[in-house]
Design a protein around this ligand. Sequence first.
Ligand SMILES: Nc1nc2c(ncn2[C@@H]2O[C@H](COP(=O)(O)OP(=O)(O)OP(=O)(O)OP(=O)(O)OC[C@H]3O[C@@H](n4cnc5c(=O)[nH]c(N)nc54)[C@H](O)[C@@H]3O)[C@@H](O)[C@H]2O)c(=O)[nH]1
Length: 148
Amino acid sequence: MSLRACGFIIFRRPRIPKVDNSAIEFLLLQTSYGTHHWTPPKGHVDPGENDLQTAFRETQEESGLDSSQLNIIEGFKSELNYVANSKPKTVIYWLAEVKDYNVEIKLNPGEHQAYRWLNLEEACNLAQFKDMVKTLREGHQFLCSNTS
Ligand SMILES: Nc1nc2c(ncn2[C@@H]2O[C@H](COP(=O)(O)OP(=O)(O)OP(=O)(O)OP(=O)(O)OC[C@H]3O[C@@H](n4cnc5c(=O)[nH]c(N)nc54)[C@H](O)[C@@H]3O)[C@@H](O)[C@H]2O)c(=O)[nH]1
């Protein structure tokens, strides 16, 4: 059986005077271990948890953002399948927008050493993994074609 992890692709965009999808920025976190790779907040599903509970818990632990600070975007879900540390891994991501554009991000230093808000191209460059880049592009496209 593959390892399972879940998280949120967190983004922000100006909403005043109107929703501005041309200025969407994604939140990526850089691990403080290993190759210092960049991903959205996510982590392993604990026993007894469902996928969405994991996504909320990991996002809170890794970025300080709790469910009251996020709007989950309905209709988008992405599944990535890759090999991590020689084991198959499945990662589920939903899209979530921060309600406050200037919200504070609080990292857990044991897990992450930096965060950045990045436009689509910058996020794709930092994320590097082909499947993650595809997910970011699909998420961006979804947001641009479903303005609200
Ligand atoms: N000291 C130390 N401690 C570690 C280490 N390692 C873990 N810890 C600890 O374990 C806890 C983690 O617990 P959670 O937070 O629950 O889980 P995740 O967030 O899921 O954790 P990971 O970081 O293990 O998982 P990935 O991000 O999946 O990276 C694994 C590998 O997969 C590749 N990869 C990554 N993303 C993509 C992608 O999108 N696409 C593709 N194709 N490939 C991708 C990349 O090559 C990468 O090297 C942490 O608290 C640490 O304490 C480590 O090396 N040293």
